[in-house]
Design a protein around this ligand. Structure first.
Ligand code: SF4
Ligand code: MG
Length: 336
């Protein structure tokens, strides 16, 4: 059986005044129903662009997309805007970091949840409002019958985030894309929102793509993890594989920059030195080589001249041998 969402050899190029931005290159991954894929990487790694491409939200005049994206057997690249519009909200939906980008200040919360429901299901106004109340209740808004007539400014930040989730889920989308949805929230509200997403996923069986730069959040929500760097996937595996036995120097860097709860003293975090690669003029060979500590462990000039490829399944795009990846992680990264 084919995967529910399948992305194959996806490349996204933006034409800018300065040249062509290689925002996403040769990207392939799958997501199954009821599963969560966590995509992690620094800003500019291509994670948000990938997901806006799935939703068909780029300006076609400046964007070239190649490859295949199939959702439930349907090809999404190159389909008419009308078809995408029908799919968005109905089959796929998105929640963002800032709910105010999704919620209009001019309409009540209830109307904004009801509208896509009427549009996609043909429900009456009354039915749709009833559905909006139900959704607000599901996402944990107290007194939903009263709050349904509030405007976004009358909600707290955490409540707006919940309202946006209600809006995204009102048509039971099969695919939910969550882009840093909890980054702006305090830790307690963040934990509540993540629990809520997990509960709703159980109930609706949606596939979720969860984008974040925070490995702690990924550890909480993901089934599988894909690590992106410079517009490419550099490591992929199950959550346990990637977090417990990571095989790519960039993933090691991300792990080392994570605060440790069990650490006895306040250790300074080790952010990865250097800056993300230019997407206009990416480095030759492995894009990570200007920042990598292990180029000397690879024979010859492979790191600077040959791009390491990512195999399918559990894989990491790095020229180190499997034995080196294992021993460097166990001896140098893990014990820190
Ligand atoms: Fe580092 Fe070379 Fe591996 Fe790239 S291929 S991550 S530069 S060791
Ligand atoms: Mg982003």
């Amino acid at each position: 059986q084919d995967p529910f969402l399948s992305v194959r050899d996806l490349s996204v190029r933006f034409s800018t005044e300065d040249g062509v931005v290689k925002a996403v290159s040769d990207l392939s991954f799958d997501v199954e129903r009821g599963k969560t894929l966590g995509i992690v990487g620094e800003s500019g790694s291509g994670k948000s662009v990938t997901n806006l491409t799935i939703l068909g939200l780029h300006n076609p005049q400046f964007t070239t997309v190649t490859g295949q994206i199939t959702l439930d057997g349907q090809e999404l690249i190159g389909v008419p805007e009308k078809t995408l519009e029908q799919l968005r909200g109905n089959q796929m939906a998105m929640i963002f970091q800032d709910p105010l980008t999704a919620l209009s200040p001019y309409y009540t919360i209830g109307r904004q949840i009801a509208e896509p429901y009427m549009k996609h299901t043909g429900a009456s106004k009354r039915e749709a409002k009833q559905r909006a109340v139900e959704m607000l209740e599901k996402v944990g808004i107290p007194q939903p019958k009263l709050r349904v007539d509030d405007y976004p400014h009358q909600f707290s930040g955490g409540m707006r985030q919940r309202a946006m989730i209600a809006m995204a889920l009102v048509c039971n989308p099969d695919l939910l894309i969550a882009d840093e949805p909890t980054t702006a929230l305090d830790v307690t509200v963040q934990a509540q929102i993540l629990d809520l997403l997990k509960d709703l996923q159980q109930e609706f069986g949606s596939a979720i793509i969860f984008i974040t730069h925070d490995l702690g959040v990924i550890a909480d929500v993901a089934d599988d993890i894909m690590v992106m760097y410079g517009g490419r996937a550099v490591e992929r595996g199950t959550k346990a594989e990637v977090l417990r036995a990571p095989r790519h120097p960039y993933t090691w860097g991300l792990l080392s920059s994570m605060p440790r709860l069990d650490s006895p003293v306040e250790e300074p975090l080790t952010p990865i030195p250097g800056t993300p690669p230019s997407l206009l003029t990416p480095p030759s060979g492995c894009s990570f080589h200007p920042r990598c500590d292990y180029t000397g462990d690879v024979s010859g000039t492979a790191c600077t001249t040959n791009r390491p490829l990512l195999a399918s399944g559990r894989a990491s795009a790095c020229h180190l041998t499997a034995e080196q990846k294992q021993s460097i992680f166990i001896e140098q990264i893990k014990p820190r």
